[in-house]
Ligand binder design. Structure first.
Ligand code: 1CP
Length: 337
């Protein structure tokens, strides 16, 4: 088993810098698109074999140092019976968004048997993978933003209005989502995942004050709730430059950094007690190779060969990215990192 990803998460020395890509399984791969012509998102996620196959696709083709389970942050809600669909080209859409305290009843606790397809997929994967598997969950704020807005949003107006106008209901909502995330992550690790990533993708929309007082406690409870499992815990969000220190302090071992903050500056902001993951701008991966190469070299230079760097993009792979570029990028990081 290639363990350089886990070693880097723990800030131990590595032979070469490990690399994987958020959204490495997905629409940039022709083999994924071919499968999606025959199966819907939820059809793939309901099948252990298809989930395992899609998770393996980028590992086979790209030579990355970690796999990430193919799933979605809204799957746990679907598993407990909340009506949500994933609309192609849009994202998660809820037929009946969260509005009042009555809606809390729809968030019943998650039972591991609700996610048999996921844990079965992980069992297939841990037998087949040459690299560690990352399990993941959506952080309470980011999941709440879809549930409250009813779908993707630009300004999170309904979510922020609820957060400030009904603080008790907001805290109760985040608390239930935290419990679901803890159960979801624990089941993934019990089945064989070797690390977990909490995606608070949209936390960067919050002020530091709102984050600290109204969001961070629920995320911190999730990290505390999986601490005894002993697997590295990664915490990622987009546009979170002002929150990086808090995202570490929430209980992570690895802080994900998007492309807006250079890695050496991110290091200054979070301090030396955390590993960093990032942070090549995914948009640049659509440019000619010489541009990608220069940008990747800059990331590695700012990481400065210190232990505790996992190379990644600053957010997910864009669908129009060429798999050849990603493959070359893996080779480049292995050669120069
Ligand atoms: O048509 C398709 O094939 C669906 C596109 C797609 C895919 C491939 C969606 C809909 N989800 C996924 C898989 C997925 N989602 C993975 C596994 C793939 C991998 O990383 O290799 C992961 C980790 C997620 C997690 C996820 N879903 C996040 C957090 C990560 C991030 O990108 O910030 C978020 C915010 C979502 C919501 C979501 N699901 C899908 C879309 C298009 C979106 C974003 C919508 C929006 O812009 O708000």
């Amino acid at each position: 088993m290639n363990d350089r990803f886990l070693r880097a998460c723990r800030r131990r020395p590595v032979d070469v810098t490990p690399v994987w890509f958020m959204r490495q399984a997905g629409r940039s791969l022709p083999e994924y698109r071919a499968l999606r012509e025959r199966y819907g998102m939820f059809e793939i996620m309901a099948s252990a074999e298809l989930t395992a196959e899609v998770t393996l696709q980028p590992v086979r083709r790209l030579g990355v140092d970690a796999a990430i389970l193919f799933s979605d942050i809204v799957l746990p809600l679907a598993a407990i019976g909340v009506d949500v669909e994933i609309k192609p080209g849009v994202g998660p859409v809820f037929a009946d968004p969260f509005r009042t305290a009555d809606d809390l009843e729809r968030l019943r606790p998650l039972d591991p048997t609700d996610m048999a397809a996921v844990t079965d997929a992980i069992k297939i994967l841990t037998a087949e993978l040459p690299v560690p598997l990352i399990g993941f969950a959506g952080a309470p704020f980011t999941v709440a933003s879809y549930f409250v807005e009813g779908g993707p949003s630009r300004d999170y107006a309904k979510t922020k209005a609820l957060m400030r106008s009904e603080p008790t209901l907001w805290a109760a909502l985040l608390d239930r989502l935290a419990d679901i995330a803890i159960a979801w992550l624990r089941a993934q690790v019990d089945a064989g995942a070797s690390a977990v990533q909490l995606f608070d993708s949209w936390a960067g929309a919050l002020s530091a004050e709102d984050y600290r007082g109204r969001v961070m406690p629920a995320s911190a409870r999730i990290f505390a709730g999986v601490a005894d499992l002993g697997v590295p815990r990664i915490h990622f969000g987009v546009g979170t430059g002002e929150l990086l220190a808090d995202m570490g302090a929430a209980g992570a071992d690895v802080v994900g950094v998007d492309w807006r903050i250079p890695l050496d500056e991110a290091r200054r902001r979070v301090g030396g007690a955390y590993a960093l993951q990032g942070n090549l701008d995914p948009a640049l991966c659509t440019a000619p190779w010489n541009v990608v190469e220069a940008a990747a070299a800059d990331v590695l230079e700012r990481a400065a060969g210190r232990p505790g760097h996992v190379f990644n993009l600053g957010h997910g792979v864009l669908p129009e990215t060429s798999p050849d570029t990603l493959q070359r990028l893996v080779e480049f990081v292995h050669e120069h990192g």
